[in-house]
Design a protein around this ligand. Structure first.
Ligand code: 5AD
Ligand code: SF4
Length: 477
């Protein structure tokens, strides 16, 4: 049986998750470029697709220009996210003109949602693969090369977790570790349950093995990832059990997680966080709205008071914990009073940061049918009020940190200056500081330009702050 025969057999007969990539390396000289949009899950999925393609001899290329295959891993969460991808496809047209053999594919949430539109209207798209069909990518590419057939695979799965695939990571001290996929919450505004399918969790032991492998490869900071990590379930173990197991197994690793849903955020989880030093004291807990009526219409499954109780408990058990949230402004029928209730929640919790969005109407979702009469000017004003308030609070919190000493894990060179590093505190605040510094030894000698490196944990005295970033100077430990 030739590779092509096997490919066809697999495309026609096998369920995606039954495919084993045991053909060994194939071709060896093809170059793939993947551009990722949207949430961290997509970034983590890109690492999975790279791994699947690597097994077939595709190497990652550094740019679109010298690639045989360009894949856009897309996001559907808001209309703007989709617009970005459509406009990127327009940009890529000239490359396809120059090289008609170039293969352009769409991965991720838009694949599932817009396959017809993309194939019929966007002639340059050759390949459309949804989030649960990534094992098929190399077969679809080979089939396309051989037969000219466009490749489409967008079925959702109840079991696919890519548990056996070792993601191809970029170098660095921070890594994403996906622990579950999909979402069963069905918030009325959200496309995720439709584009990513039902909730399913990975095997706990395999997650531990992957975490250990990351540690051995030099990773110092792991984000456990899922659309709703608190729903993790595997053989009677819940997310708190998993978090505890990772914390105990890897005592030197910093461990974080995202995203949590307030409905499932248990006291048991807060307990585990509080009792393990290497679990970062940071929770991102989307509140979405400060009005119980709107939360009900959103199907968020909690009231404002229940949400506040979790936040208060978290602060009580872990004083100084970093807290952030997501907010959707102008959900259909939101009144001025209800908007003010959202401002009240922001004022009361005093988040370190918030991701704020204007409601975006998404096909297939329940809220698509909801009537709304909020005009554009009001939308702009309400969102501005939320952003301005949150900025003011973030600035006040950060200003309060100046003069204090924080332990920071160095992640990378600062984007703005080659001479500075960017690192993160346990509470997820980014800190910028010089790469080199001087200090005085015990016997009074001035030592100049001590070198720090990525991956070091350093004490930084915070000297300056704005609403998004802290600035400081390194201290000798
Ligand atoms: N419109 C605006 N924001 C949305 N989000 C999800 N769906 C929508 C939508 N239709 C936001 C929510 C969620 C975050 C990931 O994106 O705040 O928590
Ligand atoms: Fe979307 Fe709600 Fe699921 Fe989050 S919890 S992914 S907002 S449906």
């Amino acid at each position: 049986m030739s590779f092509m025969d096997i490919s066809r057999y697999i495309l026609n007969n096998a369920a995606s998750q039954d495919i084993k990539t045991d053909f060994g390396r194939f071709n060896g000289d093809k170059k793939v470029y993947i551009e990722t949009y949207g949430c961290q899950m997509n970034f983590s999925d890109t690492e999975i697709v790279l791994s699947v393609l690597n097994d077939f001899g595709y190497a990652e290329s550094g740019s679109v220009e010298n690639s045989d295959v360009i894949l856009l891993n897309t996001c559907s969460i808001r209309e703007n996210a989709e617009k970005k991808v459509y406009s990127r496809l327009e940009d890529l047209k000239f490359l396809k003109k120059k090289n008609p053999n170039l293969i352009i594919g769409i991965l991720g949430c838009m694949a599932e949602r817009l396959r017809k539109d993309l194939i019929e209207k966007k002639k340059i798209v050759d390949l459309i693969v949804g989030p649960d069909e990534y094992r098929k990518v190399p077969y679809l590419i080979e089939n396309l090369i051989e037969t000219g057939e466009k490749g489409i695979a967008v079925k959702l799965s109840r079991v696919e977790t890519y548990d056996d695939i070792t993601p191809v990571r970029k170098e660095g001290v921070t890594a994403w570790l996906s622990i579950m996929r999909g979402c069963d919450k069905f918030c009325t505004f959200c496309v995720v349950p439709f584009t990513r399918g039902r909730e399913r969790s990975r095997n706990l032991n395999n997650i531990l093995k992957e975490a250990a492998r990351l540690y051995l490869s030099g990773v110092k900071d792991i984000w456990l990832l899922g659309q709703n990590v608190n729903s993790y379930k595997h053989e009677g173990k819940d997310f708190a059990d998993l978090l505890k197991a990772v914390a105990i197994e890897l005592p030197e690793m910093r461990i974080r997680f995202t995203t949590s849903h307030p409905y499932d955020l248990s006291e048991k989880l807060l307990d585990v966080m509080a009792s393990h030093e290497n679990i970062c004291k940071y929770i991102h807990l989307p509140v979405q709205s400060g009005s119980d009526r709107i939360l009900k219409k959103m199907n968020r499954l909690y009231t404002v008071e229940e949400y506040m109780r979790v936040m208060r408990k978290a602060r009580e058990m872990m004083p100084g914990i970093g807290l952030s949230t997501d907010i959707i402004s102008c959900f259909p029928s939101e009144t001025e009073d209800e908007h003010k209730m959202t401002l009240d929640v922001i004022n009361e919790v005093k988040y370190d940061g918030a991701y704020t969005f204007l409601y975006s109407r998404r096909e297939n979702t329940k809220a698509y049918e909801f009537e709304t009469d909020i005009d554009e000017e009001t939308k702009k004003r309400r969102l501005d009020e939320i952003i301005t308030l949150q900025r003011k609070i973030s600035y006040e919190i950060n200003k309060g940190i100046t003069g204090k000493i924080k332990e920071v894990l160095i992640e990378s060179t600062s984007k703005k200056s080659e001479d500075q590093f960017m690192g993160r505190t346990d509470c997820n605040k980014s800190v910028i500081f010089p790469k080199k510094f001087s200090y005085i030894t015990e016997d009074g000698k001035l030592i100049d330009k001590a070198e720090l490196k990525i991956g070091d944990l350093v004490k930084i005295r915070i000297t300056k702050a704005n609403s998004a970033t802290l600035f400081g100077e390194p201290l000798l430990n």
